[in-house]
Design a protein around this ligand. Structure first.
Ligand SMILES: C[S@@+](CC[C@H](N)C(=O)[O-])C[C@H]1O[C@@H](n2cnc3c(N)ncnc32)[C@H](O)[C@@H]1O
Length: 271
C-alpha cells in the first residue's frame, strides 16, 4: 500500500516553492556514470516520484524524451504547470507499476522519493523497464542541512540541530532512524556488478532564511507535526526563524545564507 503523504495542494505548493534541486555538478555525476558505463544513446529517461518536477527538468537537455511519474495528482499538476520543455511529460502512476514497456528506458532516476516506495517492487519494475546497459540512480538528501553566514555558522547550526531534533519524533515510521542506512543497504544488495555508492555529497546554494525554513516545513516530519498540533508547528518555526535572525543580527527573512545539503546516492548499470 503506497504511503500518500504528499497529496494536499498546500503541501505540493510548498514543494514547488521551497524544495531544492541537485546542482549541475551532481547532475553531471549521474550523467558521467551513465555515459561511462552505458553504450546507449540517451533516448528515454524516467524520473519516478518526481513531485513537482525539479529533478525531472534537469534531465530534459540530455535525453530525447523525459517522463516524470508520481502518484500524487497535486504534485503533477504543478510539474505540468511549470514545465517549459517540449520533450518532458508527466504521468500519474505508482512507482511499483510503471507504464513502460520491458527494456525501453535508458535511465531511471528517483530523487528523495525511493524511501516511500515498496522497495523490492520498485526495484523489480526499474529492472524490467531498463534496457540492458540502462542505468539506475537513486538519490536522497538528509535533514541534516547546514547553514553558513559570516562568523556565526556554528551558532546557526546549533539552532538548526534543535529544529531537526524537535521534528525527529514526528518522522514517519517507514523512514526508520535514517534513510541513509536504507539506501546503503540497497546498494550493498543490488545485483548489478557495475555500481557506485556516494554516502556524502554536499551541494551548497544561496537561499533566503525564509526559503530554508520553508524547505524544512515541506519535510514530512514537519507536515506530521502541523497536522497533529498546528500551533506547536507554527511556534517552532517562528522561534527558529527569530533565533537565526537574532544570531545573524538581521531583520529581514529575505537575508541570504549558504545552505549545505548532504546528498547520498547509488548509481548502478543493468548488465
Ligand atoms: C519527498 S517527494 C520528492 C519529490 C521530488 N522528486 C523532489 O525531489 O522534490 C516524494 C514524492 O514521491 C511521491 N511518491 C511517494 N510514494 C510513491 C509511490 N509509491 N509511487 C509514486 N510516487 C510516490 C510523492 O507523491 C512525492 O511527490
Amino acid at each position: 500500500m503506497a504511503v500518500r503523504l504528499f497529496e494536499a495542494k498546500e503541501h505540493a505548493s510548498a514543494y514547488w516553492k521551497y524544495r531544492v534541486s541537485p546542482s549541475e555538478k551532481l547532475t553531471k555525476n549521474i550523467l558521467t556514470f551513465f555515459k561511462k558505463n552505458s553504450d546507449l544513446l540517451g533516448e528515454v529517461a524516467v524520473d519516478v516520484g518526481c513531485g513537482s518536477g525539479q529533478g525531472t527538468a534537469l534531465l530534459g537537455p540530455h535525453f530525447t524524451q523525459v517522463v516524470g511519474t508520481d502518484i500524487s495528482p497535486a504534485q503533477l499538476d504543478l510539474a505540468i504547470l511549470h514545465n517549459t520543455a517540449a520533450n518532458i511529460s508527466y504521468r500519474q502512476c505508482p512507482a511499483e507499476e510503471l507504464p513502460f514497456r520491458d527494456e525501453s528506458v535508458d535511465l531511471v532516476t528517483t530523487l528523495s522519493a525511493f524511501h516511500w516506495f515498496d522497495h523490492p517492487r520498485f526495484l523489480q519494475e526499474a529492472h524490467r523497464i531498463l534496457k540492458p546497459k540502462g542505468c539506475l540512480a537513486i538519490l536522497n538528501y538528509g535533514l541534516d542541512m547546514e547553514l553558513s553566514y559570516g562568523d556565526c555558522s556554528e551558532e546557526l547550526n546549533h539552532i538548526c540541530k534543535e529544529f531537526y531534533a524537535a521534528l525527529q519524533p514526528h518522522r514517519h515510521p517507514k523512514l526508520g532512524d535514517s534513510t541513509l542506512t536504507l539506501y546503503e543497504r540497497v546498494y550493498n544488495t543490488l545485483q548489478y556488478p557495475v555500481k557506485e555508492w556516494q554516502p556524502s555529497f554536499w551541494d551548497r546554494l544561496q537561499v533566503s532564511i525564509s526559503k530554508y525554513i520553508g524547505m524544512v516545513q515541506s519535510f514530512s516530519a514537519y507536515q506530521n507535526l502541523l497536522k497533529k498540533d498546528p500551533e506547536e508547528a507554527q511556534r517552532l518555526s517562528h522561534d527558529i526563524t527569530r533565533r537565526l535572525m537574532s544570531v545573524m543580527k538581521v531583520t529581514s527573512t529575505e537575508t541570504e545564507v549558504i545552505l549545505g545539503v548532504r546528498y547520498f546516492y547509488l548509481l548502478a548499470c543493468k548488465p
